[in-house]
Design a protein around this ligand. Structure first.
Ligand code: HEM
Length: 165
């Protein structure tokens, strides 16, 4: 791979990371607290959040897939040599990063699936009682927080790789 090809690959990896991490943090830190001040109805807040989530998923899911594809391509040589993954600190950090990414993908998949199609339709049409919505909301908040924490931890391992610690 030439230097410019390598730069383009890293650029795509970085844009996807910015969309994924920036978007999740924006929803958690800026949008969610603001939403609370807009309406006191939990049902209404959930309806808005579902619409925001659907829209965000349209760029977040492709970003995560691109992150995995470009990341794996970038490191396929090393990942194919298990002895180096353990013998070098770069390899070990890469291995931890890949494990965290797998955990992130699973957490996000559960986060999205907690609101199944039928449940989503009931929420959107106002048919789900508030106590049930509250329960769902708690689960979603925990999974959302786990997604952000894992993403930020992955960035730390990316920094370790970049610095060649
Ligand atoms: C299977 C998934 C992934 C693999 C295999 C992977 C692999 C890599 C590799 C090999 C590098 C270059 C490190 C170096 O400079 O030597 C890198 C950089 C980076 N990765 Fe990933 N990555 C993955 C997913 C992610 C995810 C999910 C994020 C964001 C949450 C992310 C964010 C970054 C960032 C910010 C850099 C720094 C770019 C640089 O300075 O080189 N990566 N990744």
């Amino acid at each position: 791979m030439t230097a410019i090809e390598q730069a383009i690959l890293t650029w795509i990896h970085l844009i996807s990371a910015a969309i994924w991490v920036g978007g999740s943090i924006f929803i958690g830190i800026v949008f969610s607290p603001l939403l609370k001040t807009m309406t006191s109805s939990v049902t209404e807040r959930m309806q808005i959040m579902i619409r925001v989530g659907r829209r965000f998923n349209m760029i977040a899911v492709p970003s995560l897939i691109i992150l995995m594809a470009t990341g794996l391509y970038n490191s396929h040589m090393l990942l194919g040599r298990p002895e180096l993954l353990i013998a070098t600190s770069y390899g070990t950090f890469l291995l931890v990063k890949v494990i965290l990414v797998a955990a992130l993908a699973v957490t996000y998949a559960i986060h999205v699936r907690v609101i199944r199609k039928d449940v989503e339709e009931k929420i959107m049409s106002g048919q789900l009682p508030e106590p049930q919505i509250q329960k769902l909301r708690k689960k979603i908040i925990i999974l959302g927080e786990a997604t952000v924490v894992l993403s930020v931890a992955i960035l730390f391992f990316a920094a370790l790789l970049d610095a060649g610690v």
